[in-house]
Design a protein around this ligand. Structure first.
Ligand code: KG4
Ligand code: ZN
Length: 371
């Protein structure tokens, strides 16, 4: 069995998978997932209006062992049944990454089993495959939109990743959260803002961003400033906003962010002719984004898919899945694992000195990790 651990930000998550299919060289299937558990720290960080890294790391220390016990009990197994451990090594908050990584390294050394270090974004990139229960049709474009990421990635084949657009300033989720905060909608404000937007008029205000800009760069800081100016101008003498104006602002802001994402995605589709466009990350929960993206891309012959929400937000299933993809690509390295406690190796090409990597662009995932 493979135990997967995710602690890169404010979600503590673990998952347990059967490995026999992947050790035979086949792709993981939904029935390989045996158990999963997740603890979201959102409530803890709400009071601060954002994730406090040190608090998040301490919560991981407390929660991780409890969650691991929980999935072992759910699957009726013990630590001895685990034959591979997978863990997010980056990108993310350093202290948070260190909790999961240190636990996984200690476990791998104690049990003398291989460790697979997983790039968190690669987990997001592959989450559509889990939802579809099928390998992507290449070339495939993936839009990763979360509180920390806004990246459009072209996948030409497994592990052949090319970032075709990224954000020059804020992430899309940050744009939702910051403008929601201007509208006093709490944290994280994306869901509340999109809820308000449902009863608002998205044409009352214009927060459109020119699509003539650099096709390789998203940008949301201009929209944020424009939203701040408009919100300030719309307040009455007592500084209050009337409820309909608040809803119209929410709808217009949502429209601006979504249109920005769609415009650059259309340019990328025209340039790279993908067969599929996968939307993932927390912002993929946004219904306007999903439906407007489908409407825009279907005429271009691109199938749009967003996995279930639980796979879009941070989770350990996507980390385990990415690790199993690695295992399936080179099964003998894992099947005939012959590491010893003194070998200084935690797994195929993973040195014991492996550290947490807060900055870990996906282009840096070494193709040789597959050899
Ligand atoms: O992937 P995620 O759970 O955490 C990370 O950032 O890693 O994404 C959270 C982000 C937040 O910025 C949140 O406001 C945004 O996703 N979000 C939404 C919606 N649901 C979550 N943004 C817009 N509309 C939503 N329905
Ligand atoms: Zn994430």
């Amino acid at each position: 069995m493979l135990l997967a651990i995710e602690t890169s930000c404010d979600e503590t998550a673990v998952a347990l998978f059967a490995t026999s299919r992947c050790l035979a060289g086949s792709l993981p299937q939904p029935e390989d997932l045996l158990a999963e558990a997740l603890y979201s720290q959102v409530a803890t960080h709400q009071a601060y209006g954002g994730v406090v890294p040190e608090i998040a790391a301490r919560e991981h220390v407390l929660r991780l062992p409890i969650l691991i016990d929980e999935i072992f009990a759910k699957a009726n197994v013990t630590a001895k049944d685990v034959t591979i451990v997978a863990v997010t090594s980056g990108p993310g908050l350093k202290g948070c990454l260190l909790v999961g990584l240190s636990w996984a390294k200690g476990f791998a050394l104690a049990q003398n089993i291989p460790l697979v270090a997983v790039n968190h974004i690669e987990g997001h990139l592959l989450s559509g495959e889990i939802g579809l229960a099928a390998e992507y049709q290449y070339p495939c474009l993936v839009l990763v939109v979360s509180g920390g990421h806004t990246e459009l990635v072209l996948i030409k084949s497994f592990r052949d990743y090319q970032i075709v657009a990224r954000t020059r300033d804020d992430a899309a989720g940050e744009a939702f959260d910051k403008t929601a905060s201007l509208l006093e909608l709490g944290y994280p404000g994306g869901p509340a803002l999109s809820q308000k937007a449902t009863t608002g008029d998205n044409r009352r205000f214009s927060f459109s961003v020119s699509s003539k800009g650099d096709p390789t760069l998203f940008s949301f800081s201009g929209l944020k400033t424009a939203a701040w100016r408009t919100i300030t101008a719309e307040r009455d003498a007592n500084g209050n906003l009337d409820e309909q104006t608040r809803c119209d602002l929410a709808a217009s802001i949502e429209q601006g962010i979504v249109q920005n994402l769609i415009d650059k995605t259309i340019l990328a589709c025209k340039a790279f002719q993908p067969k599929q466009l996968i939307i993932t990350g927390g912002v993929a929960a946004n219904k306007t984004l999903r439906s407007a993206m489908s409407e825009a891309l279907t005429p271009l012959g691109v199938a749009v898919y967003a996995p279930p929400f639980s796979l879009c937000t941070d989770n350990a299933v996507m980390i385990g899945y990415a690790a199993l993809r690695t295992v399936a690509t080179n099964p003998p390295a894992y099947r005939n694992w012959s590491g010893t406690k003194n070998s200084g190796m935690l797994g195929p090409n993973v040195p014991a000195s492996l550290g947490a990597t807060p900055r870990y662009p996906i282009e840096q995932i070494a193709p040789q990790e597959l050899k």
